[in-house]
Design a protein around this ligand. Structure first.
Ligand code: SF4
Ligand code: MG
Length: 337
């Protein structure tokens, strides 16, 4: 089974007046067909920039992207602008936190969905409009024909989010990036919209990368989780393993008081406050970037970057506490702290 997306050694930096900001620093991960992968971390950890780099949505310069982004085996970083535009919104779509940034304010909701459908599928204007209305119906917007004729600002936040999902899914993407797709909405609507996204995902068999700081959402939605900190992947595991026994002190901090076994994490619950601040991107700590906030930091943590190790099948973690444990078959209790 081949991954639909494989990120290898992704580096994204921004050239600023104050220096070079390494926002994404050697990120690797894979997404399998039909899988929902969670990408988590506090804001500023590089998860959105990772997604924007993969989709080539950053202006270069000031951004500079290196590494490989293999989508169905093709390196997206090597494609010319026309080819990447064709893939975006067709094979790959993105749903953002704030729909107003993605929706065109001067086109009605129906016009913009119809326009993208028309361009990608070569439909007539009439047929494209009909499809737009059908998509609005599928995302459970009531009176879809009337809504299609309205401008985005006339719709409620929840409805705009549905309209954006309709637009993202209208082209049957094989891969969908959803960046904090429901964060701006109230909890009931969040749950409805997630349910809807998952339903549409099941129907089409597409893969989703769900970017969020909402652990309840992760617990209920994804199969596998990649945890980022300071522009790097610090841990990866199946969601049940991660919640049962987080290995990285950062993940442990994030999970903090989140109810785990036998109790359901609730949607809308954010990451636990971890003492200290996300490091300034221009002043990354030496060694492990988490060391100033880590209760378990040792001398070596302040000197040298921890290597990525695989302490158990399907798991990886970048932390000095876990080096030398590669031979273990199962993860035992106690995180060595
Ligand atoms: Fe903490 Fe050291 Fe592990 Fe970093 S490498 S998370 S500082 S114990
Ligand atoms: Mg973000």
């Amino acid at each position: 089974n081949k991954p639909i997306l494989e990120i290898k050694n992704l580096h994204t930096c921004f050239h600023t007046m104050d220096g070079v900001v390494n926002a994404v620093d050697g990120v690797d991960f894979k997404v399998m067909p039909g899988e929902i992968l969670g990408l988590v971390g506090e804001s500023g950890c590089g998860k959105s920039v990772t997604a924007m780099s993969i989709l080539r949505l950053l202006r270069c310069p000031p951004a500079e992207i290196k590494g490989e982004v293999l989508f169905e085996g093709q390196n997206l970083l090597k494609l010319d602008k026309d080819s990447i535009r064709k893939i975006r919104g067709n094979a790959i779509s993105m749903i953002f936190q704030e729909p107003m940034t993605a929706l065109n304010p001067v086109l009605t909701v129906g016009e913009q969905i119809a326009e993208s459908v028309r361009l990608h599928e070569g439909l007539s204007q009439q047929k494209a409009w009909e499809k737009a209305v059908r998509m609005l119906t599928r995302v459970q917007i009531s009176e879809p024909e009337a809504r299609a004729a309205e401008y985005p600002h006339k719709l409620s936040g929840g409805m705009r989010q549905r309209a954006m999902i309709a637009m993202a899914l209208a082209l049957n993407p094989r891969l969908l990036f959803a960046d904090e797709p429901t964060t701006a909405l109230d909890v009931t609507i969040q749950a409805q919209i997630m349910e809807l996204m998952l339903k549409l995902q099941k129907e089409t068999g597409s893969s989703i990368v769900l970017i969020t700081h909402d652990l309840g959402l992760i617990a209920e939605t994804v199969q596998r989780v990649v945890v980022m900190y300071g522009g790097k992947v610090v841990e990866e595991a199946l969601v049940k393993d991660l919640f049962y026994e987080p290995l990285h002190p950062y993940t442990q901090g994030l999970l903090g008081s989140v109810p785990v076994i036998g109790r359901k994490a609730t949607m809308g619950r954010n990451l636990d406050e971890i003492p200290g601040m996300v490091p300034h991107p221009l002043a990354m700590p030496k060694g492990c970037t988490f060391n100033p906030r880590c209760k378990k930091a040792m001398d070596i943590c302040r000197r040298e970057k921890p290597p990525m190790v695989k302490p158990a099948p399907g798991r990886r973690v970048a932390c000095w506490l876990h080096t030398g444990k590669e031979e273990m078959n199962s993860v035992t209790s106690g995180q060595g702290g």
